[in-house]
Ligand binder design. Sequence first.
Ligand code: FER
Length: 288
Amino acid sequence: MNLHRWKDVDYRGQIVRVDYAAPDYEGNPWMKYANVYLPYGYDPNKAYDILYLIHGGGGNSDAWLDCSQIKNAFDQAFQAGTARPFIAVFPCFYSWIPSEHRSEGIDAAKEDSQVRAFQKEFAECLIPAVEGRFHTYAEDLSLKSLQASRRHRAFGGFSMGGSTTWYAFLNHLDIIGTFLPLSGDCWAVQPLGGKLNSEETAGLLAEAVRKLGFTSRDFRLLIGTGDQDIAYGNLSPQVEAMAAYPGIFDLQEDMRGGNMHYVIKEGAPHAYEEVYHHIWNYLPYIFD
Ligand code: FER
């Protein structure tokens, strides 16, 4: 895989904070925010691809930017032209103030309830707030326009954000074309379902594709983790079970073929500063 190395850039993207209202854990409206990366020279008269990138357990809308060099990776790639400039959105899946909660240890059921609940917020609150303000390929905010622009919309996340990404696959494949689940397995069947119930998990994911009449040509899965990552042993059996559906999940090493790729970074533990290298590596293939 390609590893990111910090390099100074002449042209920097800009981080803009987008405030929006969403339901809190009791269903009452409250204001939260997403950080939005606008590529250098963002021109509101042009349409841009858009990547939603979500944090892991205990994180927030700032976690990716605080903990990794993802911004420099975007700036470098867009300056060098290895990827077409896109908008990146860093939201928060919690429906409460994350700093008041979990700092260590994981309450799987509680985390899972949050990433599940985020699916509705994503479609109903976050997309309108961001894509209503910045120019993406969605002509307007109707479901029809979001579906028509799905190849220009990607969703990724780290750890519990990887789990969020799998839920996005199950719930929003109609409006998203590329998924980047990093160091997190799918918990839709049960927590750690990628490992504990690989077959049923793979079956559920395949069914989401079939339900829309889609095949392997209609979406892309760019998966990554590390061989020292706590998610490695959960994600690998899931990927293997998914590969049993080659017409849907066409797992290939060569980026020129297939629609599912799985990269394992040597020596890498469970950390933003490790998994962001996968995004750097996959940058030319997220949208094309
Ligand atoms: C996984 C391993 C660990 C996973 C999530 C975690 C969704 C989360 C750990 C944490 O938040 O501490 O396979 O998949």
